[in-house]
Design a binder for this molecule. Structure first.
Ligand SMILES: [Zn+2]
Ligand SMILES: [Zn+2]
Length: 84
């Protein structure tokens, strides 16, 4: 178990996987590195990928003010369709 977590932090350092969220005290990571949002179900703890390709109003405003957005992390929490 210790080895697994060490490997995960190594992957994170190399940018291969991304930290997504902590569910029930357990760190969840993602092998998908292209920009997308996540939905975490508060009941089953499953994490869903959410397509998030359009710049948000906040990003548009930041870019308009001359800021350079390099990354973002969007996580929605709720109840998934299987747990409703
Ligand atoms: Zn669920
Ligand atoms: Zn993902």
């Amino acid at each position: 178990m210790g080895t697994v977590y060490r490997n995960i932090s190594l992957f994170k350092e190399q940018g291969i996987v991304k930290y997504v969220a902590t569910v029930d005290g357990e760190e969840r990571i993602d092998g998908r590195t292209d920009p997308h949002a996540h939905f975490v179900c508060n009941r089953c703890g499953r994490i869903y990928d959410v397509e998030d390709n359009e710049p948000t109003a906040a990003e548009t405003a930041l870019i308009g003010d001359g800021f350079n957005v390099e990354s973002k992390s969007v996580t929605y929490y709720g109840v998934c369709d299987k747990c409703k």
